[in-house]
Every structure is written in structure tokens, then in C-alpha cells.
Design a protein around this ligand. Structure first.
Ligand code: ZN
Ligand code: FE
Length: 259
């Protein structure tokens, strides 16, 4: 499977997924149809499906234009979000298979940023598309869920194989890791990753994909078991009990909201 990030709006990514064997392609999250259709034409592939992670405008706003250009397009989206996803034709639930040519994805329900948020996981390709739930170095805001629900959703993703590539919905990595470094200044993996990410961004290059291993080593929202992180949070929020992981996670989220 070839995976092509297509920049959208100011800091979103759509991803064009291409099955090299059949020439079939899908797009994960489309805010603007034109750049996606340009890429499809340039590569001479056949766009057959949209895989929407969640209903926010910057992830599905391009669907109507895509459908005008390609009326037979399948539009996959969470059954729980169905009325809010323009053009939806296939309502998916946790564990459902999704096909793109000969490629197979599995839907993973990961609510909290929105109540019906899903990820698309391609086990044979070692790739997962995480929308606005798991970012490189961060996680989405809690618009339609709480801290415990987000922790459970992130834990599902963290349980994927370490070498799984993580393709997220926004280029937020540099700012995420700067925040992370305020909580874990002693985390060597984090310092190294931040340096690598700063270098990429100086060159105007994308920081995606990350990997599950990288996220477990650097992402503060997957590191509530780090003693250094817990101490940093409790220094700022003394009311957080030492053994309360959910309160700790919620405090990290609040600190990030203000960063
Ligand atoms: Zn969103
Ligand atoms: Fe978004």
C-alpha cells in the first residue's frame, strides 16, 4: 500500500491510500476535494472510497465535492456519527472490515474527541489512521467524551504492534512535543524526537508517520505511568492524587489546553 499525505487547510492531512495491485485508492479524511482529486489524477489511480474518522468539518468537508466528481464513491464513517458525515454510504462499527482493492482495514472505535470517532487499521500494512484521537505527541480535545474514555481509546491504539505506523489528522507534532518536554525534561527519547521533528519542520516536511513505539516513548497521554511526568503534573496540580491515573490524565489534558 502506498500512502500519500495530502495537505489540507492550514494543518490537516488527508491520506491517499493506493493498492498497487489493482490501482484502487481511498482517501482518509477529506476537507478539500481539489488537492485530493489532483493527486488521484496525477497518479492515474481510481478513487473508490472515503474513510472518515469523525464528523468534524476539517475531516469531512470535502465529501460533497468528491461525490459530485465521483458519484459512485463509497463513503465509510462511524454508524454513531452517521447523520453528521456528509454523503455517508457505509456505516461502520467497531471491528468491521473495510476493503480498498485487495487491502483490508479493520475499524477500531475510539470515542472521546467525538462520540463516534473511529480509526482504520491495516494489519498487513502495519499502518493505522487515527484522526484527531492519537496525534504524534498528543491527543485530541475531549469534545464528546471524558478523560477515562479517551484513556481507554488511546489504550486500544497503544496495544497495536510497536512497528505500526501512526498517521494522524493534523501536523501538531512540534507543539505537542514542546509541551511534553515541559513534563518530562529527563525523557531522552522525547528530547531526541523533538530535535528530529524540529529539523523536519525547518525543512517544511511532514512529521508523519510516527509509530506506536515512538508514541509510547514520547506521548504524555500514553505516559501517565511515568514517575517524572506524574511528579511534574502534581507539582502544578497538587490536588491530583498520586494513584489516580484518570485525574492525572485529565490534568495533562487541561495543562495542554492552556499551553
Ligand atoms: Zn476533530
Ligand atoms: Fe481535526
Amino acid at each position: 500500500m502506498e500512502i500519500v499525505p495530502v495537505p489540507q487547510l492550514s494543518d490537516n492531512y488527508a491520506y491517499l491510500l493506493i493498492d498497487g495491485e489493482t490501482g484502487d485508492a481511498a482517501v482518509v479524511d477529506c476537507a478539500e476535494a481539489a488537492p485530493v482529486l489532483d493527486e488521484v489524477r496525477r497518479r492515474g489511480v481510481r478513487l473508490v472510497a472515503v474513510l472518515a474518522t469523525h464528523h468534524h468539518f476539517d475531516h469531512v468537508g470535502g465529501n460533497p465535492d468528491l461525490l459530485r466528481a465521483l458519484p459512485g464513491l463509497r463513503v465509510h464513517g462511524s454508524a454513531d456519527d452517521a447523520p453528521r458525515i456528509p454523503g455517508i454510504t457505509h456505516r461502520v462499527r467497531d471491528g468491521d472490515p473495510v476493503e480498498v482493492g485487495r487491502l483490508r482495514a479493520r475499524v477500531i472505535l475510539i470515542p472521546a474527541h467525538t462520540s463516534g470517532h473511529v480509526a482504520y487499521y491495516f494489519p498487513t500494512e502495519r499502518a493505522v489512521f487515527t484522526g484527531d484521537t492519537l496525534f504524534a505527541g498528543g491527543c485530541g480535545r475531549l469534545f464528546e467524551g471524558d478523560a477515562a474514555q479517551m484513556m481507554a481509546s488511546l489504550a486500544k491504539l497503544a496495544a497495536l504492534p510497536d512497528d505500526t505506523r501512526v498517521y494522524c489528522g493534523h501536523e501538531y507534532t512540534e507543539k505537542n512535543l514542546r509541551f511534553a518536554a515541559t513534563l518530562e525534561p529527563g525523557n531522552r527519547a522525547l528530547r531526541d524526537k523533538l530535535a528530529a521533528v524540529e529539523e523536519l519542520r525547518r525543512g517544511g516536511r511532514p512529521t508523519v508517520p510516527s509509530t506506536i513505539a515512538d508514541e509510547k516513548a514520547t506521548n504524555p497521554f500514553l505516559r501517565t505511568d511515568s514517575p517524572e511526568l506524574a511528579a511534574s503534573v502534581r507539582h502544578r496540580r497538587p490536588e491530583v492524587a498520586a494513584n489516580d491515573r484518570v485525574a492525572l490524565f485529565a490534568a495533562v489534558r487541561q495543562l495542554k489546553d492552556r499551553f
